[in-house]
Design a binder for this molecule. Structure first.
Ligand code: URA
Length: 206
């Protein structure tokens, strides 16, 4: 796929329209999974957009992304860089239903088919929110938007697409599994990345 014009092929006239279409999906690859549609939270006028992986069990129950343990850590990371999670950011995912695990109870990572199915909706959300800065948390978001993975190499590096600045960052769940704060640890790299995001955001909003 060409890397230009990625977010500028209109299919819907408004954010409400695309959100309603997603809410009404019956033919998506996870429609038979028995899990709920979970799309977004935050301020639709925000200039910062974050794209995660897929809802987990808490998100599936509450109907909003990043409201479980990973979401609580995400809010703390944003607040550490003086972003207000209610007003400064809009948060969505690459996949809009929790993919159930093999036992039907737990959950698993989304597969390629699922990521591809939801991708055009993710791009429409980007176009209609019209952010200046986009954070891609973890490999699934990188696969959805950049069509590449390798978060340890991609993280912390800016890509400019259609006048927007995209940065892959570690997924907060990964930080929950790696608690060290030593130099070079995932937590310390995340701190470097979010400070750089703050710098770029301030520069673009001058
Ligand atoms: N992890 C994600 O990527 N998204 C959520 O909404 C929750 C956990």
């Amino acid at each position: 796929m060409s890397q230009s014009g990625l977010f500028d092929s209109p299919r819907y006239n408004s954010l409400d329209e695309v959100l309603n279409v997603i809410r009404g999906l019956k033919d998506d690859p996870l429609a038979n999974a028995g899990t709920n549609i979970v799309i977004s939270r935050g301020n639709p006028k925000a200039k910062l957009l974050l794209i995660g992986e897929a809802p987990g069990p808490q998100e599936n129950i509450k109907g909003k992304p990043f409201v479980g343990p990973a979401g609580q850590l995400l809010d703390k990371i944003l607040q550490a860089a003086e972003f207000d999670p209610e007003t400064d950011i809009y948060i969505t995912n690459s996949v809009f239903r929790m993919p159930p695990g093999d036992d039907g109870k737990s959950f698993r990572k989304p597969n390629d088919k699922e990521i591809e199915f939801y991708r055009p909706f993710v791009f429409e959300i980007v176009r209609l929110i019209d952010p200046l800065v986009i954070l891609l948390t973890g490999n699934v978001a990188c696969q959805s938007v950049l069509q590449k993975t390798g978060i340890t190499t991609l993280r912390g590096k800016w890509t400019e697409l259609d006048g927007r600045w995209l940065m892959p960052i570690f997924h907060p769940s990964y930080l929950l599994r790696n608690q060290s704060r030593e130099p070079g640890s995932p937590k310390s790299l995340m701190w470097e990345d979010i400070r750089e995001v703050r710098r770029k955001y301030d520069e673009l909003n001058k």
